[in-house]
Write a protein that binds this ligand. Structure first.
Ligand code: BGC
Length: 747
């Protein structure tokens, strides 16, 4: 053996020995991290701050590497993304184990609404307002992903979105900070499970920090111009909820806010997140977003971009290579103190320890477990349950739904009836080497449901887009033979999602014309609208007797839809986002201010805050959704009418199922601060309960009003509750307020 080789080998052996002894002793994770950090060279430290894409799928502009193996062997990569499956992750982890310090890689993946089992898109799930179901969906996704080598999901997306033109509205929980915060909390808990380190847990990632959903004009990646007050009051709460749920990581957003790109925003990352909120995890950039600061025009080159990001608090560079290429030099030049890099490395190593990767880098690479969990029979059951809870009944004239199982002939028409992959929605995961084709189409779902005495007819009618009406005649003929028609129309799944902003959000193509042709037959028609965002469909809304908004429901779409169509599940979902009447109303959301000249109704246009040519009301409001049964609200009681700041008011209300079917109601509590030092929204959701009632059953449900629910950010951005009158509104939606009262906060 040559002398130099011998020396190198000795150093490696020695370092490995030190590492092992450093780790073997009973030490806290912080001490272990310090011991590892002491052994690291500057290059190795910088290496931990890089996340590279694996060679196949890309979710952004990709840097092709010919020497990835060498880079990982020399400790230049801390994490990989888009690398899935036990075989593949084991392969790369083995390469990492050839590095000097054997620091394991983390494998990250966009597990947004399922892994092998696809769940409804997040916006659909949010319609359930069912926090247990939402948590379970994340839990199942984490169980599958972690069994398949993944330790980190880039979810949940907790961006508030009030603009359905923005394609990524589908990834969040809608427009409201109260509902979205509760959902953010549930999703983080679901992904991370009992605690990091369990083999079925993955790190969650609250993204995109911050205000990405407020992109001007609904155009993806666009700038955001926003007051701090709006930021704090509406856009930051779901992120804070994620921190409260102990989320392991955060991701920056692509947008700038008031001219400062989030990735280089020190106020957001160091002052708020790591400072005020004491977030102990690490922050990853969005794909390439460090380098993209050059395009934003806030830095000249990669060197300045790396400087801007690391000083702002971005710990890991996803794919821009700005850290790889510049950080060491920035330190050598004395521009960046090594302490900043150390802090970032420590945050990342801490998570690697918490995940148990130092104990066993291959603990997520067990092929038997992978097979077992990816074929776990409980998972489709969970997916079906969440899917049916996500379907919103928008209209049901003359109780057309639920359909009788004795219906003799059903015509199932439309371009989405036999579609398979469409049902998966935008962010499905295609696991290489694993058959992830399992999806129950709407056609199959219906067939499973009906007996062989029922005749099921089919016609496609038309395509999702395009103007070809050749299929109309066949569709009309099929409809004429049926007792009832079910028409499945909507978007293509890739019409919403990242980089899928649209200025026209009508139902595409000639699908509404097809409905018109079918309505002319006089047959009763149930319309299923499949979409990733709120669409505009006034013709359908005004003319179809029954409408179910089915979104994209995932693997169990067909079964879930059939359950709802035939009443095996009574729809309970309510909209977490306003459905506009027209694109011209956007942005439109329920928690708006009254203004100095409120338009009290659509006949009140004379110098009021209204449109001359358009209603001020949405088509379907926030919180709206019907059931096959009806609920009566009564007996609103408050424990007191005057509340001191250290006090609480107990509110109770009785809900009675007055219809024929068992069902669930989402009871919503709104408050209105009548006079504030700054204007307050006309109403704000502060709490809700989902209550399950058998036909005829009543239940009294209770809410607590405390100071927190009365507080807001004043002009000085202090979180305060101001004495004065508050209206209490209890309703079945933000417009369907059933009971009202008021109380006073006294000093
Ligand atoms: C998206 C992120 C995603 C990342 C990795 C980006 O383009 O904005 O949400 O996690 O790609 O796929």
């Amino acid at each position: 053996m040559k002398k130099t080789a011998f020396i190198i080998l000795s150093v490696i052996v020695l370092n490995s020995f030190f590492l092992q002894t450093a780790l073997a002793q009973e030490k806290s994770i912080a001490q272990k991290v310090d011991s590892v950090l002491k052994l690291m060279t500057l290059d190795e430290k910088v290496g931990q701050l890089n996340q590279y894409n694996d060679d196949w799928t890309a979710t952004g502009p990709m840097t092709i590497d010919t020497n990835k193996v060498r880079q990982i062997q020399s400790g230049k990569v801390g994490a990989l993304l888009n690398c899935m499956g036990t075989e593949r992750t084991r392969k790369w982890q083995k390469v990492a184990m050839q590095s000097r310090l054997k620091i394991p890689l983390i494998f990250g993946q966009d597990v947004i609404h399922g892994y092998k089992t696809t769940f409804p898109i997040p916006l659909a799930e949010a319609c359930s307002w069912d926090l247990d179901a939402i948590e379970l969906s994340a839990r199942v996704s984490a169980t599958e992903a972690s069994a398949s080598g993944i330790n980190w999901t880039f979810a949940p997306m907790v961006d508030i979105a009030r603009d359905p033109r923005w394609g990524r509205i589908m990834e969040g929980a809608g427009e409201d900070p109260c509902l979205a915060s509760k959902i953010a909390y549930a999703r983080v808990k679901g992904f991370q499970g009992q605690k990091l380190g369990e083999t079925n847990s993955v790190m969650a990632c609250a993204k995109h920090f911050a205000a990405y959903g407020a992109a001007i004009g609904g155009r993806d990646y666009n700038s955001v111009d926003m007051s701090e007050k709006l930021l704090w009051e509406t856009y930051l709460p779901p992120f804070k909820a994620a921190v409260d749920a102990d989320v392991a990581t955060f991701m920056d957003s692509f947008n700038d806010i008031n001219g400062v790109p989030s990735t280089g925003n020190k106020y957001l990352q160091r002052d708020i997140l790591k400072g005020k909120w004491e977030f102990g995890g690490f922050v990853v950039s969005d794909w390439g977003s460090i380098g993209e600061m050059i395009n934003h025009g806030t830095v000249k080159n990669g060197y300045e971009a790396a400087y801007s990001a690391i000083t702002a608090g971005c710990d890991m560079d996803m794919e821009s290579r700005s850290y790889t290429n510049n950080l060491a030099q920035l330190i050598k030049d004395g521009k960046v103190p090594v302490a900043l890099v150390d802090d970032a490395v420590k945050r990342i190593l801490t998570k690697k320890f918490e995940l148990g990767l130092f104990d066993d880098p291959f603990r997520f690479c067990d092929p038997e477990r992978e097979q077992r969990e990816l074929n776990n029979p409980d998972h489709p059951v969970a997916a079906r349950d969440v899917a049916r809870k996500s379907i919103v009944l928008l209209k049901n004239q003359n109780h057309l739904l639920p359909l009788s199982k004795n219906t003799r002939t059903i015509a199932f028409i439309g371009p989405l009836v036999k579609a398979v992959n469409q049902n998966k929605g935008f962010w499905d995961v295609d696991v290489p080497g694993i058959d992830s084709s399992y999806v129950v189409s709407q056609w199959d779902g219906l067939q499973h449901k009906i007996s062989n005495k029922v005749k099921l007819l089919y016609a496609k009618g038309c395509s999702i887009d395009g103007d070809n009406k050749d299929g109309f005649t066949e569709a009309v003929n099929v409809a004429k033979q049926a007792d009832v028609v079910i028409l499945s129309i909507g978007e293509r799944r890739d019409m919403t999602g990242e980089a899928k902003s649209r200025s026209n959000i009508n139902i595409p193509g000639v699908q509404e014309d097809l409905l018109k042709a079918l309505l002319a037959t006089g047959k009763p028609i149930v319309v299923l609208i499949n979409a990733g965002r709120p669409l505009v469909f006034n013709y359908t809304a005004d003319n179809a007797p029954a409408i179910l908004y089915t979104w994209w429901l995932g693997s169990e779409a067909g079964n879930a839809i059939a359950d709802v169509l035939f009443g095996d599940y009574n729809p309970s979902a309510k909209l977490p986002v306003t459905f506009p009447l027209s694109v011209g109303q956007i942005p439109i959301y329920y928690a708006h201010f009254n203004t100095g000249r409120p338009a009290l109704n659509d006949n009140n246009r004379f110098y009021t805050s209204s449109y001359n040519d358009l209603s001020i009301y949405p088509k379907f409001e926030f919180g709206y959704g019907l059931s096959y049964t009806t609920f009566q609200y009564s007996n609103l009681q408050m424990s007191k009418k005057k509340m001191y700041s250290n006090d609480q008011i107990k509110v109770s209300v009785t809900i009675t199922n007055t219809g024929k079917y068992d069902g669930e109601e989402i009871v919503q509590l709104y408050l209105h601060d009548v006079v504030g030092s700054v204007a307050r929204p006309v109403e704000e959701l502060k709490d809700f309960r989902k209550v399950k009632l058998a036909a005829g059953q009543s239940e009294t449900i209770k809410f607590i009003i405390d100071l927190e629910k009365l507080s807001f950010y004043n002009q000085q951005l202090q979180w305060v509750a101001e004495p004065g009158k508050f209206d209490l509104l209890i309703g079945a939606s933000s417009r369907d307020i059933r009971l009202k009262d008021s109380f006073e906060l006294v000093e």
